[in-house]
Every structure is written in structure tokens, then in C-alpha cells.
Design a protein around this ligand. Structure first.
Ligand code: COD
Length: 300
């Protein structure tokens, strides 16, 4: 199975047990709107940690009915983040979500050696895009967490992403390792890593997926382009997952898809003790809602 649209995520999680969702610094309108919708859809059981008065004011102003919802009053943002992370650490939550707090502040708490959510795995960001010009949802990693992943990091990022895709119902997802060109060029490190990752996959050192690379963006997502260049590949033109060379390429692609191509997006941090919803403050309520659904599916 592959996802055609992000609304397919609902079919994967609907009817399952409600996931306990801890929202750190929950006093954010789009986050609250998304969380309450997922609560009303019986997907999650939220616990809001943050400035209670502010949370109640936002809910009242937007007619959100929060009767019966648990709020832990913690007006100080750093303390709210710590409380939330510690609650997940103490197994009181299945999903952690970022509210009105900076990304690196939340990530630093998550990575705290004493009470954070490390598992020994690399944590990585995984995003799903629905874009009109591609016939299925396309996953992209890592556009927001790992700054300049080395080969070992890339293996961990692929493994995190492939496990998530398998939870979403994929079998042997097709992974394109991106470069600026589709030929190995010793001066372009991304193409060297791509060739190694492809060979490691052929030798079963990276399992449960089909990896090819280097592929340039055009031949990763277009059969015509791949054919035109004479590329023989099971992945080219039919990619399920794009592996980015680094955060700059990834983040610019993410924002180009959203701002120029009007793509819909859902995203999650994988590899920690639980999935983490870490959408940016500018993301829409719909993107936050879809990210909660994705995280609920990833926490299976
Ligand atoms: N997975 C697991 N452990 C990690 C990871 C990871 N991805 N990154 C760092 N660690 C561990 C390290 O091994 C180390 O033990 C500790 O955490 C601190 O590592 P540093 O000093 O490299 O990390 P920090 O605390 O300076 O920064 C970690 C961040 C995740 C905050 C940093 O990598 C970062 O700023 N990433 C980009 C986030 C961002 O700005 N995104 C914006 C795009 S929207």
C-alpha cells in the first residue's frame, strides 16, 4: 500500500486506541485547534502543559470546547517543556508535541542525558508531502534536525524513515538518495554517500527498502526525466522517500514545496522514545492535525 493523500492517514489511525498526547507550552492557537480536532476525532487523549489562563483564553476566543480536557498549569515556557518531556520519560505519554516554544529548545530537552527521550538511536525528522504534481504522497528526510549527516547518520535516518513507512502500510519503500547529479562525482560527497548506500542496500546491509542513488531531483520524481537520461532504476520516477544531503537542501525543498507548490505536509521526529510533533510555528492548523495523525500512526 502507498498513501495517495495525507487524508489517508486518518484511515490508518481511526478506530485504534487513543494515544496520550502531551503538548509542551500548549498556548498556541493552531496547535490547540489541531489537538482539539484530533481529540474530538477520538485519535488522541491530550494533556496540555502550559499557561492555563492563556490556553483558556485562546480556546474561549475560538469556541473550542475543552470540557474534560486535562491542563497542567506551567506558565514558564522552559519549565513547561521540561515537565512535558519528563512526563513522556515517565511513560505518561505516547506522543510529545511542541506548542509555543522554539524548536531547538524542545530538541535540547528531548536530548537531555538524564531525563530526555534518547533511545541510543539517532533522532531524525520525517515529513510527508501531498503535492498535485506527484501521483502519491512523497516522504522527505531530514529537513529539520540533522544538520550535516555523515554516512552512518544517513543509514540511521533511512532506517527510522523506512520503519515509519512500514507502520503506514508500505512494503519495500523506494528510497532515492539525492545529489545534484545522477553520476558519482568524487568532488560531490553526497554522490559518494549515495553510491555507498545503494550498494549497502543491495548487499542487505540496509534492509526493508530499495535504495538508489545518486539521483538528481528530476530523475527521482519523473520517469520521463529518468528515461531521457537513460537511467535504469527501480526507484527513479517512483520514489517514496527522498533522502536529503543536508539540512539546507532539505529545508529549502520543504519550504519550496509548501510556498510555491502549495503542498500539504505532515511531519514527525522519529528515533526518540516516542514520536514528536515538531511543526514550525508558521505551519497551518491542518499541517499540525495531519502531523498528529502521522505521529499516532508512528507510535503503533
Ligand atoms: N539524535 C540523537 N542524539 C543527538 C542528535 C540526534 N539527531 N543530535 C545531537 N545529539 C546528541 C549528541 O550526540 C550529543 O550527545 C548531544 O545530543 C548534544 O549534541 P550537540 O552539541 O551536537 O547538539 P546541540 O544540543 O548543540 O543541538 C542539537 C540540535 C538538534 C538542537 C541541533 O542539531 C540543531 O540545532 N538542529 C537543527 C534544528 C533546527 O534549527 N531546525 C530548524 C529547521 S525548521
Amino acid at each position: 500500500m502507498v498513501l495517495k493523500t495525507l487524508s489517508d492517514l486518518k484511515g490508518i489511525v481511526a478506530g485504534g486506541p487513543r494515544k496520550k498526547l502531551i503538548v509542551a507550552a500548549a498556548q498556541d492557537q493552531h496547535s490547540l485547534g489541531a489537538v482539539i480536532r484530533a481529540w474530538q476525532d477520538s485519535i488522541v487523549e491530550p494533556i496540555l502543559v502550559g499557561d492555563q489562563e492563556n490556553i483558556r483564553n485562546i480556546c474561549a476566543a475560538n469556541n473550542y470546547n475543552i470540557d474534560g480536557l486535562t491542563i497542567i498549569n506551567e506558565p514558564d515556557t522552559e519549565a513547561a517543556v521540561q515537565t512535558s518531556v519528563k512526563m513522556v520519560s515517565n511513560r505518561q505519554g505516547d506522543i510529545l508535541m511542541k506548542g509555543k516554544v522554539g524548536t531547538s529548545s524542545l530538541l535540547k530537552s528531548v536530548l537531555n542525558k538524564e531525563w530526555g527521550l534518547r533511545t541510543g538511536n539517532l533522532l531524525s525528522h520525517f515529513a510527508l508531502f501531498e503535492v498535485e504534481t506527484y501521483p502519491k504522497v512523497i516522504a522527505v528526510t531530514d529537513v529539520a534536525m540533522n544538520i550535516a549527516p555523515n554516512l552512518q547518520d544517513k543509514i540511521a535516518i533511512i532506517n527510522n524513515s523506512v520503519s515509519c513507512l512500514i507502520k503506514l502500510g508500505y512494503r519495500m519503500p523506494k528510497v532515492a538518495v539525492l545529489g545534484a547529479v545522477e553520476m558519482v562525482n568524487e568532488n560531490m560527497e553526497a554522490t559518494l554517500d549515495a553510491a555507498l548506500l545503494s550498494k549497502m542496500n543491495q548487499r542487505d546491509q540496509i534492509k526493508n527498502c530499495i535504495i538508489d542513488g545518486p539521483l538528481a531531483f528530476d530523475n527521482a520524481v519523473s520517469y520521463e526525466s529518468a528515461q531521457h537520461k537513460g537511467i535504469r532504476s527501480e526507484v527513479a520516477g517512483d520514489t517514496d522517500l527522498l533522502l536529503m544531503p543536508d539540512i539546507e537542501v532539505g529545508n529549502v525543498l520543504y519550504k519550496s514545496l509548501v510556498f510555491f507548490a502549495k503542498a500539504k505536509v505532515a511531519s514527525v521526529i522519529l528515533g526518540a522514545r516516542v514520536p514528536i510533533v515538531l511543526t514550525s510555528r508558521s505551519d497551518s492548523e491542518q499541517a499540525k492535525y495531519d502531523s498528529i495523525l502521522l505521529s499516532a500512526a508512528a507510535s503503533k
